[in-house]
Design a protein around this ligand. Structure first.
Ligand SMILES: Nc1ncnc2c1ncn2[C@@H]1O[C@H](COP(=O)(O)OP(=O)(O)OP(=O)(O)O)[C@@H](O)[C@H]1O
Ligand SMILES: CC(=O)C(=O)O
Ligand SMILES: [K+]
Ligand SMILES: [Mg+2]
Length: 587
C-alpha cells in the first residue's frame, strides 16, 4: 500500500501538455495507479520537462523500456525488466555488500576522495582504494606527465567497467601561483637552519646545483625584496631573503624542514602576504588550458580550479566546457585557497558546481588560526547554495609516515564530518604516503562513527535551508525534496529513492541531509559518477520511464533479487519527471 502526492501543472505550461504523445511527459490522467490506492493528486503549477542532458542512447533506453508504457500486471513487469536488462541495475559490489551486511541505515554518507600518486597509481592499488571506499580519484596536474595521468584515468575507467564501481575522476589544475621546480627528480631536499639557499628563475638542463631551487615565476626576483620572508608550503620551511643577484635570490633558512617537489612559495613583508605582479597572473595558465583539453579528451568528471579569484574565471571555464564537452558533463569545482576567493566566496560558489576547502594553500595565505572559521563558512555557504563541498589537506598528514593517525587528526576529520561536508580528501597520504589504504580506512571508520553518533543523538533535525529555486518548477522540486527529507526523518524510513535524469533532484534531497541513505537512480553513467561526490547519495544506473509505478516495481524487483532490500522496508520515492512523493513499504 502506498500513499502519494503528485504535482502537475497543466495550466502554466500548455506547450508541453499539448503534446500528449510526448514520451517525456504525459498528463496524469494517462497513468493508472491501481496498486497505489490512496493516491491523491494535488494540483500545483509547473511541469516536468525533458532533461537537456539525456543523450540519445540513454533516452532511447528510457523510452524503449518495456515498463514505460504504464501500469501492467506486476509479474509481467518484473519478468520483462529482468529479461531486457541483463545487468538491470548498476551498483558496485562494495556498496552492494555494505547494504546487505549493514542494512540501509548504516551506509556511509560522507564521500571520500584520494589523490593518486606514485603510491597508488597501479591497477591493483586503485582497486584496493575503490574497495576501501574511494568515491573520487583526484589527479593533481602539478605533478606527473600527461601520459602518466592518462594511464591512471584509463585504469580507473577499466576498474569501473570491470567491477561496476562508479569512481569519478577529478582533475586539479596547477594554476599559476609561484612554486618550486621538481628538484631534478629527487623526492625531497632537506634545508637546515642557517644554510644559504639560492632561489632562481634560471632553468637547469642537467642536474640541480647544490642548495639551489628553481622557481616557476619569471618576475620572482623583481618582486621580492631583501628582508622578505619566504614560506615554503605555507610555512613548513621558512627562509629570509638576504641578497638579490640578477635572477638569483639568496635566502637564509630560518625554519628548517623538507622541501618537496613543486612546493608552493609565498612571500611575506611586515607580516602581510606580498601580492605584487604575481597577483596579475591568470588563474588558468596556458599550461592549465592544455591540461583542461586533455581532461575533456579523457572524459574526466570534475575539474578543480586552483587559486580561483572570482566567479568570472569559473563562468569562462564553464562556457569553454559547454562548447567542447558533451553538454555539462564536467563539473567545475572552485578551490578556495586565497584571500580573493574568500572575499568573493558567494559569487564563486554560485557559479561553480562545488567547492574545495583547500586548507594547504589557504593556510599559507591567511593566518592559520583563521582557517577553521573559513572552513565552517565555506561548508555553510555550499550547503545553503546546494553545492557539494570537499574538505581537503592534512586531514591525516602524519599517516604519510605512520600507520596510525594522531588524536588531533581524528578530531579534525570528525569535525569535517560533523559539519556535514560532502567529501573528505586525502592528499600526500594517498599520493605518496606509506599507508594509503590505512589512511582511507581511518576516514571511513571516523565518518561512520560520527554519522552513527548523529543517529543515536537524533541530531538530524533540519536547520532551515534558504529557498534557492529560481523557476517555479525548481521551487516545486525543492519543496518536494525538503518534505521528503522531513518525512523520512519523522517516519523513520529506510531509504529515499530519487529518480532523476540530470541528478538535480538527488542533490536537493542530499542537501537536506536526511537520516537515511538516498538511492539515486539515474539513466546516464556520467551523472551517476558525478553524484558520487554528494553526501548520502548511493548512485545507481537504471533505465526508467516517466511511469513511477513501473519504475518502482522494476527497482524493487531488481534490488530484491540482489538482496539489497527486502519486503516491508519503508521507502519514500521522489521523481523529477513527474514531480511526486510516494511513501510505501517494499511489497
Ligand atoms: N602525480 C603525482 N606524482 C608524484 N607525486 C605526487 C603526485 N601527486 C601528488 N604527489 C605528491 O603528493 C604530495 C601531496 O599531493 P597534493 O597533490 O595533494 O599536493 P597539494 O600541495 O595539497 O595540492 P596543490 O598542489 O593542489 O595545492 C605532493 O607534494 C607530491 O609530493
Ligand atoms: C588541495 C590544495 O590545493 C591545497 O590544500 O592547497
Ligand atoms: K593543484
Ligand atoms: Mg593548493
Amino acid at each position: 500500500m502506498s500513499q502519494s502526492i503528485q504535482f502537475s501543472a497543466p495550466s502554466r505550461t500548455p506547450h508541453l501538455l499539448h503534446l500528449p504523445q510526448s514520451r517525456f511527459h504525459r498528463p496524469l490522467s494517462s497513468f493508472s495507479f491501481r496498486r497505489f490506492s490512496k493516491y491523491t493528486p494535488i494540483r500545483a503549477s509547473s511541469s516536468p520537462s525533458p532533461s537537456p542532458d539525456l543523450d540519445s542512447s540513454s533516452s532511447s533506453q528510457v523510452l524503449l523500456s518495456p515498463n514505460g508504457t504504464g501500469a501492467s500486471d506486476e509479474r509481467s513487469v518484473v519478468a520483462t525488466a529482468i529479461s531486457t536488462d541483463t545487468v538491470g541495475i548498476e551498483v558496485d559490489t562494495v556498496t552492494e555488500a555494505e547494504l546487505k551486511e549493514n542494512g540501509f541505515r548504516s551506509t556511509r554518507r560522507t564521500k571520500l576522495i584520494c589523490t593518486i600518486g606514485p603510491a597508488t597509481c597501479g591497477f591493483e592499488q586503485l582497486e584496493t582504494l575503490a574497495e576501501g571506499g574511494m568515491n573520487v580519484a583526484r589527479l593533481n596536474m602539478c605533478h606527473g606527465t600527461r601520459d602518466w595521468h592518462r594511464d591512471v584515468i584509463r585504469s580507473v575507467r577499466r576498474l569501473n567497467e570491470e567491477k561496476g564501481f562508479a569512481v569519478a575522476i577529478m582533475m586539479d589544475t596547477e594554476g599559476s601561483e609561484i612554486h618550486m621546480g621538481d628538484l631534478g627528480g629527487e623526492s625531497s631536499a632537506k634545508a637546515e637552519d642557517g644554510e644559504t639557499w639560492t632561489f632562481t628563475v634560471r632553468a637547469f638542463d642537467s642536474s640541480r646545483p647544490e642548495r639551489t631551487i628553481s622557481v616557476s615565476y619569471d618576475g620572482f626576483a623583481e618582486d621580492v625584496r631583501v628582508g622578505d620572508e619566504l614560506l615554503v608550503d605555507g610555512g613548513m620551511v621558512r627562509f629570509e631573503v638576504i641578497e638579490k643577484i640578477g635572477p638569483d635570490v639568496k635566502c637564509k633558512c630560518t625554519d628548517p624542514g623538507l622541501l618537496l617537489p613543486r612546493a608552493n612559495l609565498t612571500f611575506w613583508r611586515d607580516g602581510s602576504l606580498v601580492r605584487e605582479r604575481n597577483a596579475m597572473l591568470p588563474t588558468i595558465s596556458s599550461k592549465d588550458w592544455l591540461d583542461i583539453d586533455f581532461g575533456i579528451a579523457e572524459g574526466v568528471d570534475f575539474i578543480a580550479v586552483s587559486f580561483v579569484k572570482s566567479a568570472e574565471v569559473i563562468n569562462h571555464l564553464k562556457s569553454y566546457l559547454a562548447a567542447r564537452s558533451r553538454g555539462g558533463d564536467i563539473g567545475v569545482i572552485a578551490k578556495i585557497e586565497s584571500i580573493d576567493s574568500l572575499t568573493n566566496l558567494e559569487e564563486i560558489i554560485l557559479a561553480s558546481d562545488g567547492a574545495m576547502v583547500a586548507r594547504g594553500d589557504l593556510g599559507a595565505q591567511i593566518p592559520l588560526e583563521q582557517v577553521p572559521a573559513a572552513q565552517q563558512r565555506i561548508v555553510q555557504v555550499c550547503r545553503a547554495l546546494n553545492k557539494p563541498v570537499i574538505v581537503a589537506s592534512q586531514l591525516l598528514e602524519s599517516m604519510i609516515e605512520y600507520p596510525t593517525p594522531t588524536r588531533a587528526e581524528v578530531a579534525d576529520v570528525s569535525e569535517a564530518v560533523r559539519q556535514r561536508s560532502d567529501a573528505l580528501m586525502l592528499s600526500g597520504e594517498s599520493a605518496m604516503g606509506q599507508f594509503p589504504d590505512k589512511a582511507l580506512a581511518v576516514l571511513r571508520s571516523v565518518s561512520l562513527r560520527i554519522e552513527r553518533w548523529w543517529r543515536e543523538e537524533k541530531r538530524y533535525e533540519a536547520t532551515p535551508l534558504q529557498a534557492i529555486g529560481s523557476t517555479f518548477s525548481d521551487k516545486i522540486s525543492e519543496e518536494i525534496c525538503n518534505s521528503a527529507a522531513k518525512m523520512a526523518n519523522n517516519l523513520g524510513v529506510d531509504a529515499v529513492f530519487v529518480y532523476t535524469t540530470n541528478g538535480h533532484m538527488a542533490t536537493l534531497v542530499s542537501r537536506c541531509r536526511p537520516d537515511c541513505p538516498i538511492f539515486a537512480f539515474t539513466t546516464t553513467t556520467s551523472v551517476r559518477r558525478r553524484l558520487n561526490l554528494q553526501w548520502g547519495l548511493i548512485p545507481f544506473r537504471l533505465s526508467f520511464s516517466d511511469d513511477m509505478e513501473s519504475n518502482l516495481n522494476k527497482t524493487f524487483s531488481l534490488l530484491k533479487s540482489r538482496g539489497m532490500i527486502k519486503s516491508g522496508d519503508l521507502v519514500i520515492a521522489v521523481s523529477d519527471m513527474l514531480q511526486s512523493i510516494q511513501v510505501m513499504n517494499v511489497p
